[in-house]
Design a protein around this ligand. Structure first.
Ligand code: GDP
Length: 427
């Protein structure tokens, strides 16, 4: 069986720089498919000084690959149309020949967005885009699926009923104003008319592509440590961000699986609440966070909030490698560590006086883990011009090699800046 399905997954808490890794890998791919999440993800890709931001559409669109949105996703049709338009304004043609929307994906409505705001009130640090409530509706078997859009008038009625049902709950239980069911139903009807030609049986088409030997790339969103099952529950996203999500979220089997690439930042960041054993504070955190506005600095893409920053956590990475079967790593943002005198790597945790490196029991345990560090010497030189491993100073090469040694997985590529050309393969 041809191993023509490669997967790119976040191996930390998200924001690892998956977008640029997918962009590089998609050069060789025919199809790039997203399998989970919604517009809570955001990839930023720089090509020749031009910035592209994707929220729903796979990063492969920049290279005009066939892009698919799988059934595991939750999609606000208004956001999707807006993204199509934004790409058009940047000169990228997005049309039904290069964008295919699974009929099995679920639809996000303004009621889900309002529910998100009411329910979380910032506690879990959600992006407030209705993602969680849309997945809840899916699990309760009351969700609206993309396939409904194939009949726009019937879809309009389904949306109207859904909003009216939700309104009762909003008004009675929370005393908030009812949503305008008629206006929303009409807006979604118009979206359906626009999106109709994009709606396809993605699972069946992918099966055909894989059987015919086309190269398919599955693009992950978020990271392993916020997976709904395997992350630091309850501080997680609502979907499967780990390997299983690829198969359930695209409707394909595993027989074509080839490389599983884990994207890992050279340090650790986290958005929102939840345990983060290697977190730094004050000046040290600010140094890793970088200057607001600089490409790649660590501030929330939508909220502008400071991201929590800390030392690279290899205990957590080892866990991500295990639950995903990661076969190689793509290391990003090595440039950010330049000029630090000393760098720490967390190699394991200590729990009740004994060392442990396995994370198994959720957020409560994570909170009491004490990170055990190994010190490595930093490097003074700016590495952003490096285009091969040889160009890196010895200490930076040592850092990369030490990661490989400690986790037992090869680092296949390194990036030293956000631009396409600032990433190179090292074997
Ligand atoms: P994703 O959510 O994992 O896809 O993360 P993004 O694609 O949004 O990447 C996070 C940010 O880091 C973006 O602004 C990227 O341009 C930037 N970035 C990615 N790789 C590097 C790198 O090697 N160095 C620097 N300085 N920035 C990078």
């Amino acid at each position: 069986m041809t191993k023509n399905l490669d997967v790119i997954l976040g191996a930390q808490w998200g924001d690892e720089g998956k977008g640029r890794v997918v962009d590089a890998a998609s050069e060789e791919a025919d199809v790039v498919a997203r399998f989970g999440g919604g517009a809570n993800a955001g990839h930023t890709i720089w090509v020749g000084g031009k910035k592209y931001v994707t929220h729903l559409i796979p990063s492969g669109i920049i290279r005009d690959k066939i892009c698919m949105l799988g059934n595991g996703m939750v999609i606000d049709p208004r956001t999707l149309l807006q993204e199509i338009q934004e790409f058009a304004s940047q000169g990228l043609v997005v049309w039904p020949k290069n964008l295919l929307l699974s009929s099995g994906a679920h639809i996000i409505t303004p009621a889900h967005i309002l529910l998100d705001k009411i329910a979380s009130q910032g506690k879990l640090g959600t992006t407030g885009r209705g993602i969680g409530p849309a997945y809840e509706a899916k699990a309760r078997r009351v969700g609206l699926r993309v396939m409904l859009m194939k009949n726009p008038p019937a879809f309009r009625e389904a949306v109207r009923k859904h909003i009216s049902d939700c309104n009762e709950f909003f008004v009675r239980m929370h005393g908030v104003d009812a949503l305008d069911a008629d206006a929303i139903a009409q807006e979604y009807f118009e979206c359906a008319e626009h999106l109709l030609p994009y709606i396809k049986d993605v699972s069946r088409l992918l099966y055909g592509y894989l059987r015919s030997g086309f190269k398919v790339l599955a693009e992950g969103a978020q990271g392993a440590l916020i997976d709904v099952d395997h992350g630091t529950y309850p501080f997680v996203t609502s979907s499967t961000t780990t390997i299983g999500g690829v198969f359930s979220g695209l409707g394909i089997g595993a027989e074509h699986l080839g490389r599983v690439i884990g994207v890992v930042k050279a340090f650790q960041t986290r958005v929102g609440n939840g345990p983060m054993p290697t977190e730094l504070f004050g000046e040290q955190a600010a140094r890793l966070r970088g200057v607001k506005g600089d490409p790649g600095s660590e501030y929330g893409a939508t909220t502008g909030r400071d991201r929590r920053c800390g030392w690279l956590d290899l205990a957590a990475l080892q866990y991500a490698i295990r639950v995903n079967g990661i076969s190689e790593l793509a290391l990003t943002k090595l440039d950010v560590l330049s000029s630090l005198k000393n760098i720490k790597i967390c190699t394991a945790y200590e729990l009740n006086g004994s060392s442990c490196s396995v994370i198994s029991d959720g957020a409560d345990d994570w909170g009491i883990f004490r990170p055990l560090y190994e010190d490595v010497v930093g490097w003074d030189t700016d590495v952003s011009q490096a285009r091969s491993l040889r160009d890196l100073p010895g200490a930076a090469r040592f850092y990369v090699g030490r990661i490989e040694q400690l986790v037992g997985v090869r680092v296949r590529s390194v990036s030293v800046g956000p631009e396409r050309e600032q990433m190179f393969s090292i074997y």
